[in-house]
Design a protein around this ligand. Structure first.
Ligand SMILES: Cc1cc2nc3c(=O)[nH]c(=O)nc-3n(C[C@H](O)[C@H](O)[C@H](O)COP(=O)(O)OP(=O)(O)OC[C@H]3O[C@@H](n4cnc5c(N)ncnc54)[C@H](O)[C@@H]3O)c2cc1C
Length: 234
């Protein structure tokens, strides 16, 4: 469905008044517009502190590099032939700082260096696309960062990313967010849809991630019955 979605929610929660005007006013027009949030990567899902996508400051620009997967409406928000949308991308400005170095950035549809690489062929949830996005030297203006560019010396969780969303949330959601373990993003709350997706696509064993979005190495989670010496059969 068109609309601000998760990307617009992030701008609403953590954007400056100027960013809200620039990025959210496009949803008021006649034409349908999408936005999306890109957190998940081939090497990290619920553990979003492990994000590898980088944002390096170069003068008055940020340069993004990395791969994002499972991005809801990534095609409709990222492809300029589909809509005048945008993607909010989580990336680290300082890997050594851990989760404190992770910031979110607004990337307009059609920005050179951002490619919608593929869309998942899903068994369900077909009302929206679920896309892989590749960022290769993708340059965006410096003021497309949501929140502060400063990296706090001590870890303060996802400040500027999840932290700012929590600060601006209504009381009830803020209380619920406080109960969530620190360092895990709100995306882990989507685990039930994830389970559905995983069961639809995975053989009955666990996986360890490789660097490619499509390649997985499968490891059995337990030995087959009767495989150890002396184990009872049947
Ligand atoms: C339809 C769909 C739409 C999506 N849309 C988006 C989107 O718009 N943007 C985006 O960034 N991502 C999106 N995702 C990705 C989603 O956010 C991730 O799949 C989710 O964060 C979980 O990551 P994972 O799939 O890598 O699972 P994993 O992190 O590998 O987790 C697998 C399972 O293990 C459990 N688990 C993981 N760690 C622990 C732990 N420490 N303790 C106990 N249990 C644990 C999880 O609850 C889950 O059941 C989407 C996924 C789907 C299926």
């Amino acid at each position: 469905m068109p609309g601000p979605g998760l990307g617009g929610a992030a701008v609403m929660a953590a954007g400056t008044p100027d960013q809200k005007e620039r990025f959210l006013s496009r949803f008021k027009g006649e034409k349908p517009v999408w936005s999306a949030m890109a957190i998940t990567e081939p090497g990290c899902g619920s553990d979003s502190a492990a994000i590898q996508t980088t944002a390096v400051r170069d003068g008055d620009q940020w340069v993004l590099n990395g791969t994002k997967i499972f991005c809801t409406s990534g095609l409709m928000a990222g492809d300029p032939t589909k809509s005048n949308g945008f993607i909010v991308v989580w990336a680290t400005v300082d890997r050594s700082a851990g989760r404190a170095g992770i910031k979110s950035f607004i990337v307009n549809a059609g920005t050179p260096g951002m490619t919608v690489a593929k869309c998942e062929d899903k068994m369900g949830i077909r009302a929206s696309d679920t896309a892989t996005l590749i960022f290769e030297d993708c340059r965006i203006p410096f003021d497309h960062i949501l929140g502060s560019a400063e990296v706090p010396k001590t870890s303060e969780g996802f400040k500027g990313v999840d932290g700012d969303l929590r600060r601006d949330a209504p009381d009830r959601r803020r209380k619920r967010a406080r109960r969530r373990p620190r360092g895990r993003s709100t995306s882990s709350a989507r685990s039930s849809s994830v389970r559905t997706f995983r069961f639809a696509t995975a053989p009955p064993c666990t996986s360890s991630r490789s660097s490619s979005a499509t390649s997985w190495t499968w490891k059995p989670i337990c030995k087959p019955r009767g495989s150890s010496p002396g184990a009872p059969r049947g």
